[in-house]
Ligand binder design. Structure first.
Ligand code: AMP
Length: 279
């Protein structure tokens, strides 16, 4: 596995790479969720590039950018073992040279779900992902359904800007008890780790009610909210939306995304399930 710190070196290595080339963008502190993306990329592509970049542009001023978990050596070993060919780990200065003022924004969608409580977050995501796509020029890029809004926004960006890349979305990797894997789970102490399960439980309740025939979003949300009403959990949102537009749906007739975000202590967690009438 070759490691690159500069845009120029990474670009040259990607140009010379075997094809198809798959890209897996990450912020590091890798877990099985990230590894499942790498494996999907390996299964579909002849070479895999992974980026590790804790992107300052997607963190708000009061968010956890400086304490976000970082363990480059461990990540490097994991990726080496997974047969990754190219690892891109630039500094913030390399990705955003002094005076950089150009951003990519998907209007509308970027203000929904997490975009409501994290203004600027999705602008940071789409800016860095479009830069990574320009640098690597992959045939396919792999993202996790865990960040469902991010997937919708990136799909829209790729479509709107005619970017020649296939976006592949991989299912959510979960701990055995159902908690969605996340680098931020490392912030949770033992008690919070148990309390965090309420997110998944709420989604399962909504799904079960849906499977029993309930189609009104307000009724489904009310059931989920009841489960989430725990003193240790501070809800950000529980919404049922169209998976492509992220707009609220009232009566579910097609696939619908149930997305939740909540704080357990000071840790912000997200999770989701997709309801489909054929389920
Ligand atoms: P992050 O390092 O958190 O920015 O995540 C990098 C990529 O891994 C994103 O596409 C995430 O959606 C994906 N990812 C994170 N957690 C999971 C998970 N539990 N299951 C599947 N994909 C995930």
């Amino acid at each position: 596995m070759k490691i690159f710190r500069t845009v120029e070196q990474m670009r040259a290595a990607c140009r010379a790479s075997a094809r198809p080339l798959g890209l897996v963008p990450t912020m590091g502190a890798l877990h099985e969720g990230h590894i499942s993306l790498v494996r999907a990329a390996r299964a579909q592509c002849d070479a895999v590039a992974v980026s590790i970049f804790v992107n300052p542009a997607q963190f708000g001023p009061k968010e956890d950018f400086s304490k976000y978990p970082r363990d480059f050596e461990r990540d490097r070993e994991l990726l080496q073992r997974e047969g990754v060919a190219l690892l891109f780990a630039p500094s913030a200065e390399e990705m955003y040279p002094a005076g950089a003022t150009t951003y990519v924004t998907v209007e509308g969608l970027s203000g929904r779900l997490c975009g409501k409580s994290r203004p600027g977050h999705f602008r940071g995501v789409t800016t860095v992902v479009s830069k990574l796509l320009k640098i690597v020029q992959p045939d396919a890029a792999f993202f996790g359904q865990k960040d469902a809004a991010q997937c919708a926004i990136i799909r829209r960006m790729v479509r709107d800007l005619n970017l020649p890349v296939e976006i592949v979305v991989c299912s959510i990797a979960r701990e055995p008890d159902g908690l969605a894997m996340s680098s931020r789970n490392a912030y949770l102490d033992a008690q919070q780790r148990k309390q965090a399960l309420v997110l998944h439980r709420a989604l399962l309740n909504v799904q079960e009610l849906f499977q029993r025939g309930e189609r009104h979003a307000s009724t489904l949300i009310a059931a989920g909210l009841q489960t989430l009403a725990e003193p240790a959990v501070r809800l950000d949102y529980l919404e049922i939306v169209d998976p492509d537009t992220l707009e609220a749906v009232e009566n579910i007739s097609e696939k619908a995304l149930v997305a939740v975000a909540a704080f357990v202590g000071s840790t912000r967690l997200i999770d989701n399930v997709v309801l489909g009438v054929s389920d």
